[in-house]
Design a protein around this ligand. Sequence first.
Ligand code: PGA
Length: 266
Amino acid sequence: MATGRRPFFCGNWKLNGSIAESLALATDVRNGVSTLRDVDVAVSPSFTALYAVAKRLEDGPVTVAAQDCFWEEKGAFTGEVAPAQLVDVGCKHVIIGHSERRQLFGELDAAVNLKARAALRAGLSPIICVGETLAERDAGETIGRVQAQLDAALVDIDDAGLERVVIAYEPVWAIGTGRNATPAQAEEVHRFIRGRIGTRSASVAAAIRILYGGSVKPDNIADLLAQEDVDGGLVGGASLSAPSFIQIVQAAHGLQAAHGTQATKG
Ligand code: PGA
């Protein structure tokens, strides 16, 4: 975490929760983080609970992210949801290119780019996920894979758009496995991503938030956040329990307080 970038945490609830359960979790999260003014927090319920959760969190500090979107605005696309529809239900962000979408639903880099551009056009902030598989890491291809995903995702996004993008580095082997990347492994890739963005714009690279995702827990977040280029987390399993998600956010707040910083809103 560096001064000048507000930490950001998004709880990715994946395919979990009725409307009532989602409302209860969202309310607990809001109540637990509402005094932590130096950290940005979002939750990402299933599509079915987005509207109710967004209404419940309206005007509060916690924002709402969808887990996916389509790139067309309307038409004969059965089952798809347009970015403007997500804005309509109260979303501020949308997760794009999560490894589960890439691996289980065949989502390709080109689709990730189309979705990110459509999200930006609609006024959403895309949280674009990149990350290598274990086989790619073992083959020494981590940086190459992340570079390819990042470059493809950002095609035809100008600097004004890039300023509204959040990147999530999520090594596939760390997601839901209980095996997080070490802080040094995370930092190596985060630093690479920031440098890569810096080849386009130094100011955007300095401001863009790069989240780590993959088995983030209350007991490993502080070491991850101690890294210069780790600006927060995309949190799956540990975000399904309000106390553990709140503890994760509190860790960032504690570090901010220790730095004595009041980073400006990014
Ligand atoms: P996890 O999931 O925290 O359960 O590993 C992270 C993610 O998939 O975004």
